[in-house]
Every structure is written in C-alpha cells, then in structure tokens.
Ligand binder design. Structure first.
Ligand code: SF4
Length: 394
C-alpha cells in the first residue's frame, strides 16, 4: 500500500484520529478505509438534507419551506428522518443573513486563506499544488452584521455537550482568518434531535489564543506523522471512545485482546454495568451498616492517598418564597443596579403545585415566562412498560 509522507491538512476528524497513534497510522499513512457505521451514515444523510434545504431557502429568499423539507426528508432513512423532526417544526431562517452553507475554508501554515470564499477550496488548492495546513467545512454561516457572524454546526447524535472541544475553537479561527472584517464569532452546536443548542463566542482579541491551539495541534500532527514515517515505527495504540470510528476496531487493533471497546459488544457492556451497579449497591450497603455501628472506615493506596467512608453532615439551604421576596425587594430598592439578581434568579419546585387543576390559569401564565433548558442524561433503566420479572415463582 502507498504511504503518504506529507501530513494531510489538520481538520477536526484528523485531530480526533490523533487520539490513537495506531489509528492515525492506519488512516493517514496506510489509508485503510473506515468501515461504514450507521451513526455516520445518519449524519451524512442529515447534513445533506440540511445543506440542500438551506441552499434552497437562500436561493429563493424564503424563511421556511416545509413542503420542500418534507420531500427531502422522505428521501432519507427513518433514522435520519427521526433526528430532523424537531428541526422541521421549530426552525426558520432569515435568508438574507445566510452567508453560506458547507463553506470549506483552507488556510496555509501562516493562517492565510488559500482560496478565500471558494467552496471546494481544498480540491482547488490541491490541483495547483498549494499546501494546506488547516481545513474545515462549516455547516452554516450566518452574518448578523458585517462584524458579527454565527457558525452553526449540526449534531445529530444523542448527547448534548458543551462547545469545549477543538472544533469549537478551530472553526471560529478559520472564519476569522477567512473574513478579516469580523470582530465577533459565535459558534453554535445545534442538536437537531432535541431542538437545543450550546454556544461559545470569541472576539478578534482571542485570535492569538485560537492560533496557538491550532498551531500546537498541527505541530503534534507533524511530529506524529514524521515519527510514523521511520522504517519499523511501532505506533502505540491507545483505546478510548475514538475506537468507535477506527477502521481497525473489528480486526487489526494491536490491543484486540485487552481493548474493552472491542472485547465487549455494547449489549455486553450494558449487562456488565448493570452487574457492577448491583454489586456496588450491595457493597455500599454492607459498608454503610458497618460504619453505622462502628464509625468511619479508612484505607490508603500505594501512593499514600487516603480514603475514608463515613457519614458527613450536609446542609442545604432553602429560602421561603414570601419572606425572601420581601427581603429581595428591599435589597433592590437600595441596590437598583444589582441586575444580576433580577435577571438570573429563578425558582424551582413549582411543577408539582402547578399540576393541580385549580391552578390551571396560574400554570398557563407561568408557562409563558418559564425558561426551559434541554440537556441529556445518560440513563440505564428498565424500558417503560416492562414489568419486573417474578423470580422463582412457585
Ligand atoms: S481500536 Fe485499537 S487501533 Fe483503533 S483506536 Fe482503538 S486502540 Fe487504537
């Protein structure tokens, strides 16, 4: 097989591949193709639907066109359709603000755009032999003004995460370099399945920090690529969540016998967690009974780190509504500029009261001011409707 000596441009997926040197070697030196994964196929389908839809809105100066969107959704798998149901109902766009869809931005080692503004910049640069160091394809760019832009990155997976990863810094950097008039760039992770989003914002003054992060990753990539070019190089394998998109996960991983991502199927992992959870419950209960009678238990590991199991006091403070609002009002009279309290203070614990029929009108009024935050939680539970099994029925 052909070995590539020049490192490919650094892009989000290449950054993720660097998590395991062996996977990087397989994908970018040996060019072993990735095996198809249902989640990747769903992502591709949904991205195609969204790109075609947004391009249609832009070309026809429309905020929304549900007929067109429905027709597009009919053409994809059920899995891909399901992820877009919420998006269909709760999105419209200002077509005049859409700067572009699937904008490919390529930069050289000095962060200079290689072919500014051209979709397919990478292919064009490759043809004329220009070397590209940084590359990204931005799902959607909205220009709020000449100086403010928003990058929307569609996510179809099941967990809502905060924009703290490499991509959330890398894409704003690409856009800043591509459009020098921008002063502020917002990066929005849009979880289409839930109609929820998470954002992070950068200003032009953040560019040195963003460049340093990209340069550091590029340097690491170069070093890895060079090290893997030496004859007889033995790339290290490091298992992790990235194993899920490794072409060697089914065969070829040097850690195949120990790698927990390979040795257990997802269903077996779930069974193992259920067993661990039960074992943990039993063990903690035994320990608790012992501590209850005899006081704290202590131990330490070989590094001298000490652990203790025991009961400790925990105080939770709650503020009764009527008295608190009276005191807060007095406070705000003397501190009218303390807007943080009035704008950010929220009340919880109302839901059960609002369920009562006699408070229907109150529930309605409060619904209009309620703030809903959508998050995801990892659960392992019985499927609803399943009855507990009767053990050893006589
Ligand atoms: S499957 Fe093996 S080679 Fe692939 S990423 Fe995981 S540890 Fe690395």
């Amino acid at each position: 097989m052909i070995e590539l000596n020049e490192p490919p441009a650094l892009r989000q997926s290449v950054f993720e591949d660097m998590a395991c040197a062996h996977m990087y070697w397989a994908k970018h030196k040996k060019r072993i193709p990735e095996s198809s994964r249902p989640d990747a196929a769903r992502g591709v389908e949904d991205h195609e639907v969204l790109a075609t839809y947004l391009t249609h809105l832009m070309r026809n100066n429309l905020r929304k066109d549900l007929r067109f969107l429905d027709a597009l959704m009919m053409g994809v798998s059920e899995d891909a359709q399901e992820a877009l149901v919420r998006f269909r109902d709760d999105h419209d766009f200002d077509p005049e603000k859409i700067a572009g869809v699937e904008i490919e931005i390529a930069l050289d080692e000095n962060f200079k755009p290689v072919d500014p503004g051209t979709v397919g910049a990478y292919a064009a640069a490759k043809q004329c032999g220009t070397s590209i160091a940084y590359l990204g394809k931005l799902d959607l760019v909205i220009l709020q003004s000449q100086a403010e832009a928003e990058i929307v990155d569609w996510k179809t997976y099941y967990q809502i995460i905060d924009p703290k990863h490499f991509q959330s810094k890398f894409y704003p950097l690409l856009l800043f370099c591509w459009n020098p008039s921008l002063e502020r760039v917002k990066f929005v992770l849009e979880f289409v399945r839930y109609g929820a989003s998470r954002t992070v914002e950068y200003t032009r003054s953040d560019i040195p920090m963003l460049k340093a992060i990209a340069q550091h990753a590029r340097k690491r990539q170069r070093q890895l690529h060079e090290a893997l070019s030496i004859d007889g190089a033995q790339p290290q394998a490091s298992p992790g969540r990235h194993c899920m998109w490794c072409p060697l996960v089914l065969s070829g991983c040097p850690l195949a016998n120990q790698n927990p991502y390979i040795t257990r199927s997802p269903a077996e992992q779930l069974k193992y967690v259920i067993w661990l959870r039960e074992a943990d419950k039993q063990n903690t209960e035994l320990l608790k009974q012992w501590v209850l009678q005899n006081g704290p238990v202590e131990c330490h590991d070989d590094n001298g780190v000490e652990y203790v199991a025991g009961f400790s006091e925990l105080r939770k403070q709650q503020y009764p509504c009527t008295a608190t609002s009276r005191i807060l009002k007095q406070w705000l009279r003397t501190h009218p500029n303390d807007r943080t309290i009035t704008e950010q203070l929220t009340m919880s614990g109302l839901s059960s009261f609002l369920k009562a029929r006699k408070r229907q009108s109150l529930a309605k009024r409060l619904a209009s001011i309620a703030r809903t935050t959508v998050t995801t939680r990892f659960d392992i539970d019985r499927k609803s409707g399943d009855q507990p099994r009767l053990d050893h029925a006589a």
